[in-house]
Design a protein around this ligand. Structure first.
Ligand code: UT7
Length: 333
């Protein structure tokens, strides 16, 4: 075990990939009883990306990963660990990270997935950070990638308008400077609410049968307004704890990159935290909710648009099925 003192873990590169096919609100209103007006005013979403039929979660993850590695200035062979956050693995097993390893042509480094729904990216980032410090791994890939279109019930207007496909990635690197990088992470879960957001079929509790498929149990089921209430409360709590735990105040936060589920959730969060909306990164209007991919896609976009500079305090906060939640305070190198 290495000496943990005097080491930090920084984000040394970001990348993202979203499939080219756009599905607009008007396109959806031709499939289910909905309207552009309802979707925009209730969620803020205008369009989302949909992966090609043959395009897998690991294809998108590998594309995002290549870009993150390029932006970090490193080479693929410098990467010593791959962790993927996803609820839509290519297969129940092997894990998606193993497919990514193969597609990148990377050596035999450890590779595994984390399943914490929309909080999956922050969970994955913290697990990778711990392994890097304990096992002295210099550079790691952390990816959030989802093909939610593969588990969306296209006949259920209460859910199908919300989700999209895509992938985002970061390269994490060990650093000697103590006051930069991932300053604090806060993770939580509430297993008493497993039924309000889930895919009930296809696992050991209810293996696939003709009946489970006919009842769409292998698709996303959500009690939207229940999830909404928890989301605002828990994201606010998580954000406050992670900022205070880093010895900072919300005034010190330069940019918030929240999970991109609903503009109304983000506005409620902004009000409660007393952080102006101009300090929030929002791109859900163009991508919808991409679960574990949403924060790293938004983070990469913010970085490419020049919204993150050296020394900036970036707050990430997420909430999802489980229920799970997570916050991270990262100071940009
Ligand atoms: O990423 C993981 C976390 N997930 C979330 O954070 C999602 C959180 N939840 C939400 O974002 C919101 O609850 C939704 C956007 C899903 C729904 O918004 P809402 O304001 O909570 O609406 P509601 O579920 O209370 O439904 C209001 C009405 C209902 O009609 P009635 O019963 O009032 O006649 C729904 O049937 O809106 C109806 N409705 C729709 N109408 C047109 C639900 N979906 C649609 C639709 N188009 N797509």
């Amino acid at each position: 075990m290495s000496d943990l003192k005097g080491k930090s873990v920084i984000i040394s590169g970001t990348g993202s990939y979203t499939p080219p096919k756009i599905l607009t609100n008007d396109d959806l209103s031709a499939i289910v009883d909905t309207s552009d007006e309802w979707i925009r005013t209730r969620t803020g979403i205008r369009e989302r990306r949909i992966a090609a039929e043959e395009e897998t979660t690991s294809d998108m993850a590998a594309n995002a990963a290549r870009e993150a590695i390029r932006n970090s200035g490193l080479k693929i062979e410098d990467i010593g660990l791959i962790v993927v956050g996803t609820v839509t693995p290519d297969m129940p097993f092997p894990n998606t990270a193993c497919f990514v390893q193969k597609k990148l042509g990377l050596g035999k480094v450890p590779a595994f997935d984390i399943e914490a729904a929309c909080s999956g990216f922050i969970y994955a980032m913290n697990v990778a950070r711990g392994l890097m410090l304990v096992n002295n791994i210099q550079h790691a890939l952390v990816i959030g990638a989802e093909k939610l279109s593969s588990i969306t019930n296209w006949e259920d207007r209460t859910t199908c308008v919300l989700f999209g496909d895509g992938a985002g990635a970061v390269v994490l690197s060990l650093d000697e400077r103590e006051d930069i990088g991932i300053l604090n992470v806060q993770l939580g879960a509430d297993g008493t609410e497993t039924d309000i957001l889930c895919v009930p079929g296809g696992g050991s509790a209810s293996p696939y049968t003709v009946e489970t498929i006919e009842r769409s149990l292998h698709k996303i089921h959500m009690q939207g307004n229940q999830v909404f209430k928890h989301a605002v409360r828990v994201m606010c709590q998580s954000a406050t704890e992670v900022v205070e735990g880093a010895g900072l105040r919300t005034e010190d936060v330069d940019l918030v990159v929240p999970h991109q589920a609903n503009t109304r959730i983000i506005e409620a969060l902004a009000t409660r935290l007393n952080i102006g909306m101009e300090r929030f990164k929002i791109n859900l209007d163009r991508y919808g909710n991409t679960s574990a991919a949403s924060i790293p896609i938004a983070l990469d976009e913010a970085w490419r648009n020049g919204r993150i500079g050296s020394g900036d305090n970036v707050l990430m906060v997420a909430f999802g099925g489980g229920l799970t939640w997570a916050g991270a305070l990262v100071r940009w190198p």
